[in-house]
Design a protein. Structure first.
Length: 90
């Protein structure tokens, strides 16, 4: 799935305010496909994990796919980053 520059900007703006599961899932897709400039599975997993926590079933699927490309240290880093992001939101 390709995103336009406008959609990409909208996702980044939503993350700064009040993101929902769909927004976070889109951000995961941007990182997992390199549309943010580089493929970053740790960032993708982080955003998919957060989206899944917000009820996104698609994010659960994508998170599992991305995890197949990662080692256990990368997954641990992604989970830690997700926890840190949640801690700064509350």
């Amino acid at each position: 799935m390709a995103f336009t520059d406008v959609e990409t900007a909208q996702v980044h703006d939503a993350i700064k305010s009040d993101p929902n599961g769909e927004d976070l899932c889109k951000l995961g897709l941007l990182y997992s496909t390199g549309q943010c400039g580089v493929v970053d599975y740790v960032e993708a997993h982080k955003w998919f994990n957060l989206a899944a926590l917000m009820g996104s079933d698609a994010a659960k699927h994508y998170r599992a796919e991305v995890a197949l490309e990662m080692d256990t240290v990368q997954i641990a880093n992604a989970l830690s980053a997700a926890r840190q992001w949640l801690a700064t939101r509350h």
